[in-house]
Design a binder for this molecule. Structure first.
Ligand code: HEC
Ligand code: HEC
Ligand code: HEC
Ligand code: HEC
Ligand code: HEC
Ligand code: HEC
Ligand code: HEC
Ligand code: HEC
Length: 329
């Protein structure tokens, strides 16, 4: 039954030319070392780096030779992240090996992929892997690698792993609703994250014309991040159908960022620089974790060759949150 439903929704989605995201998936990336110092550029200074692993895979869906069948597919990537420049480094072995080409960061194939509840298992690099998604963030995620000798649990330092495993009830409802609500269904499947496990009718009880505008409130199922937030505030940063991505509006009050960023807010408020009164979302626009460049607001006062290089501002102005120390230096 499960497979049949899954197969039919995928074929429906393909017919309707919807984003054919998988309904079972392991994805995300984690840092598996602490920040270490390593001169990958070989310029004599040691760079602060961290090793990351990235996963992306889906088990087979449906039955071979039947319409809508999707074979399994999956890959692992591994690379260094330069922590200070926040960039992925693929060619970190350059200069250390005899190769002219950088060693590939991947893809390294994943096979025998299975997803049960919040757990994914697969083979890669000749070993058996088990990944448990414990929720948002890496704190409760688990990665166990078994080389046939002894299973070892990896220590995780950063990142987030997701195992999406849409429940059969939810899939049944997607198929009922998709005929008339393609956009909503495809949004949910593509970017709903863990909401793909929640059936349409858990959030929409009843249907027009009998019931009008009926939505189950977020707070029926979730705690707010702080007491300042009520039901109406959630929409400033989240959309139910695209819950996996956080995008905020331009008018989010800075108090809403506080529950999770007390330190940043404290530094900004206690600095007596002229940035202290600027709302967080003026500089961190639209997508959560994004920042605009200094040039977004400043065309002056330095010569052009300085102004076009956003990376160098903080060398003299310390940080956007704490400008004052620029003058103290
Ligand atoms: C986690 C709760 C949740 C789930 C699951 C959910 N919805 Fe929604 N839906 C909402 C909310 C809340 C809105 C109001 C608009 C918004 O905030 O994005 C909405 C809006 C809608 C609308 C009105 C159009 C619009 O965008 O305003 C339709 C139609 C709809 N949903 C259909 C569906 C279908 C079909 C499914 C299942 C495939 C589904 N929803 C699953 C919460 C949910
Ligand atoms: C036969 C077509 C059809 C099917 C099937 C269908 N809907 Fe609808 N739905 C509509 C129409 C038509 C509207 C009304 C649009 C309007 O009045 O603006 C609507 C409106 C909605 C709305 C918006 C209500 C609002 O806030 O104005 C939601 C939510 C919704 N449907 C959810 C669902 C869910 C969940 C399912 C599956 C259980 C579903 N629909 C199945 C045709 C359908
Ligand atoms: C019917 C219950 C229900 C409602 C209503 C609901 N959610 Fe959820 N939501 C869930 C469940 C279940 C999860 C998955 C939790 C988990 O796996 O730890 C979830 C997960 C989430 C996540 C994490 C998504 C991810 O994959 O990273 C966000 C964000 C979220 N919900 C926001 C909202 C917002 C905002 C609303 C209101 C528009 C809402 N939810 C309404 C049940 C609900
Ligand atoms: C100012 C923006 C903002 C507002 C407003 C906001 N959130 Fe969030 N929320 C976030 C961010 C950012 C994350 C992701 C944090 C992370 O990456 O760990 C998140 C994560 C979540 C999660 C998943 C993690 C968890 O705690 O289980 C849920 C559920 C959630 N929010 C629900 C809500 C609800 C309900 C509301 C309204 C009361 C709300 N949020 C209002 C920014 C916001
Ligand atoms: C629910 C908790 C939560 C809320 C609310 C929240 N954040 Fe975050 N934020 C996080 C977490 C957790 C991280 C680090 C993980 C990541 O990168 O996703 C983060 C990372 C960031 C980063 C990037 C940090 C870096 O190291 O580059 C910025 C910038 C940021 N948040 C700004 C904001 C702003 C602005 C708001 C308010 C509009 C906000 N956040 C609301 C939890 C939250
Ligand atoms: C004048 C612009 C500006 C304002 C206002 C601002 N930020 Fe930032 N913020 C930045 C820049 C620039 C960075 C460095 C980001 C980078 O390197 O990509 C940053 C970094 C961060 C970081 C990650 C590093 C750290 O210091 O923890 C977080 C979290 C953050 N900001 C949150 C906030 C919050 C919350 C507010 C509001 C209380 C806020 N920011 C106000 C520009 C600003
Ligand atoms: C969202 C707009 C915005 C962004 C982005 C922004 N600033 Fe500013 N900045 C301002 C405003 C507004 C002032 C106050 C101007 C005034 O009062 O004349 C200011 C003032 C300053 C000052 C003078 C400080 C003082 O206290 O006298 C410096 C230095 C400065 N910004 C540097 C930066 C740097 C470096 C960045 C990037 C990391 C940056 N700004 C990003 C809006 C911004
Ligand atoms: C070599 C050091 C240096 C670099 C690099 C630098 N600045 Fe400055 N900047 C200064 C000094 C010194 C002042 C004057 C004292 C002060 O306000 O801190 C200043 C002043 C400013 C002011 C305030 C002007 C006013 O009216 O008060 C702004 C805005 C500013 N810089 C932006 C930037 C931006 C944006 C960048 C990067 C593109 C940048 N600066 C790079 C040293 C530097």
């Amino acid at each position: 039954m499960r497979v049949l439903l899954a197969t039919s929704i995928i074929s429906l989605m393909l017919c309707g030319q919807l984003a054919a995201a998988q309904l079972k998936e392991i994805s995300g990336a984690i840092a598996y070392t602490e920040v270490i110092e390593f001169d990958y550029t070989k310029d004599g200074t040691r760079d602060r780096v961290q090793f990351w692993l990235e996963f992306k895979g889906s088990p087979a869906l449906g039955t071979p030779d039947e319409r809508g069948y999707k074979p399994e597919s999956g890959a692992i990537y591994y690379y260094l992240v330069d922590v200070d420049n926040k960039k992925q480094v693929d060619n970190w072995l350059m200069g250390f090996s005899m190769m002219d080409e950088p060693p590939p960061s991947g893809p390294y194939p994943m096979t025998d992929i299975r997803v049960i509840d919040h757990t994914a298992s697969f083979s890669a690099f000749g070993m058996n892997w088990t990944v448990v998604d414990g929720g948002v963030g890496h704190d409760k995620d688990e990665v166990t690698v078994d080389d046939g000798f002894k299973p070892r649990k990896m220590k995780l330092f950063d990142g987030d792993l997701r195992v999406v495993n849409t429940q059969p009830d939810a899939i049944a409802e997607f198929t009922q609703c998709i005929a008339c609500h393609k956009q909503e269904t495809s949004d949910l499947v593509a970017k709903g994250g863990r909401h793909t496990n929640v059936g349409c009718t858990e959030c929409h009880v009843g249907h027009p014309p009998e019931q009008e505008h009926f939505y189950t409130g977020c707070l029926e199922c979730h705690e707010p991040h702080s007491d300042q937030m009520d039901e109406d505030s959630c929409g400033a940063c989240h959309r139910a159908h695209t819950a996996a991505e956080v995008r905020h509006t331009w008018n989010v009050p800075s108090e809403y960022c506080l529950p999770c960023h007390q330190e940043a807010a404290y530094v900004l408020a206690s600095s007596r620089g002229k940035h202290s009164d600027i709302a967080c979302v003026r500089c961190h626009q639209d997508r959560h974790t994004a920042s605009v460049d200094c040039q977004y607001c400043h065309g002056a006062p330095h010569p052009r060759h300085v102004m076009i290089n956003p990376d160098i501002c903080v060398a003299c102005h310390r940080s956007a949150h704490d400008l004052e120390s620029a003058r103290e230096k």
